[in-house]
Design a protein. Structure first.
Length: 390
């Protein structure tokens, strides 16, 4: 088991915190959605009350080297407004100028390092880069569950050099996910959508041992349709995964439930029409689950005591193909079930509705529910042995 932030003696220390401020930006560079930034506030405020110097580090986007459009100045200003406290922005990640700025900070101050991915060494999990980061502080906190499935320098290698622990956000994510994976209340229903079966195969396999039913939607349903011998028109199908889909369907004992009708169109810009699952025209693609499927899924969800949802069931970005996702979201949010949203596109799709818990981790959530070891979590566990005295 890993240590949590309250297990370390952090008063008056410099603390390096890995956050995930990889947030969408407006055309002018300002923050469009600050959900992930707000998730880190409890950890930041706790450290400030401990009279720590708080040094935050994050990535933003996928720059190939230094990219002025992906600098973190707007994010630092936005965080400052949320904290009601000035946030010092560093123009680099490591080096003498960064060290000088941190040295000038007072207890309770906060600074944000520049975009970690300006350095290729970050994604390479480079040991020297991690060591240079570690030299900035006395302790390390991982408060970014959403990147903990990555073996990156600021997530994994850095724990070799500093006493390390989980922040409040990471702790809450792991505890919530662990309860859902190992101690759920039944009936336990999973809703699996999104574009690709390949992204969810291991998750589905692992969940089939634990859930009462998995409701399939999104573009991934057409790979299952093809595996069932149905025509799919021009819908997206992962041909290389059809045999895997056949195996899953044969092993499920009716736990995998597929749509019986769909909303189809010749292109995503057209208005949709409803067809039965076995009535696809050759020039039509499926873009949402149909009303009959919605009614079947709602009836199942109404009786659920635990719901896990990962992936929208239709192309929710288009209003005419968002009805299925919105209808299921309304049903789940109005039920008494413990409802967990697995982050990523699902969190964007269901934003107006209320759920028990919305994860900040898309890929990390998938890996966790697939039963995989997350490098960032294992690094925290190993750190307990490496740094016994803290």
């Amino acid at each position: 088991m890993f240590r949590t932030i309250k297990d370390l003696h952090l008063k008056h220390k410099k603390v390096l915190v890995r956050v995930d401020f990889n947030v969408p930006l407006k055309p002018n560079g300002s923050v469009a959605d600050d959900t992930r930034i707000k998730a880190a506030i409890p950890t930041i405020n706790y450290l400030r009350k401990q009279k720590c110097v708080v040094i935050l580090m994050t990535h933003l986007g996928r720059p190939n080297g230094v990219c002025d459009g992906l600098r973190l100045d707007h994010i630092a200003k936005h965080l400052g407004r949320l904290l009601n406290h000035h946030v010092t922005k560093c123009d680099d990640v490591i080096g003498p100028e960064v060290e000088e700025k941190i040295h000038a900070l007072k207890e309770g101050d906060v600074c944000l390092l520049e975009n970690l991915r300006f350095y290729a060494e970050e994604e390479q999990n480079d040991d020297k880069f991690a060591h240079a980061l570690a030299d900035l502080a006395d302790a390390y906190i991982n408060d970014a569950f959403s990147v903990s499935h990555r073996s990156h320098a600021s997530v994994e290698a850095i724990t070799h050099y500093l006493p390390s622990a989980a922040g409040f956000q990471l702790q809450q994510e792991i505890e919530t996910m662990d309860r859902l994976l190992h101690h759920p209340k039944h009936p336990y229903i999973a809703v699996m959508g999104g574009a690709k079966v390949s992204d969810k195969i291991e998750v589905i396999r692992n969940l089939l041992k634990k859930v009462d039913a998995i409701l399939i939607g999104g573009a991934m349903m057409f790979t299952f349709f093809r595996a069932s011998g149905l025509k799919t028109g021009t819908s997206k199908v992962e041909l290389e995964k059809v045999n895997v889909a056949k195996q899953l369907l044969s092993q499920t004992k009716r736990k995998l439930i597929l749509p019986v009708d769909c909303v189809v169109a010749k292109s995503p810009d057209d208005e949709g029409t409803v067809v039965h699952a076995n009535e696809f025209a050759t020039n039509e693609m499926g873009l949402d689950i149909g009303p009959e499927t919605v009614a079947i899924y709602q009836e199942i969800l109404k009786n659920a005591k635990t719901v896990l949802w990962n992936g929208p069931v239709g192309m929710f970005e288009k209003k005419q193909f968002a009805k299925g996702t919105q209808a299921l979201a309304a049903t789940i949010s109005q039920s008494k079930a413990v409802s967990i949203i697995g982050g990523g596109d699902t969190a964007d799709a269901i934003r107006p509705f209320k759920f028990t818990y919305v994860s900040t981790g898309g890929g990390a959530s998938l890996d966790f529910f697939a039963g995989k070891t997350l490098p960032g979590i294992k690094a925290l566990e190993d750190n307990v042995t490496c740094f016994r005295r803290v």
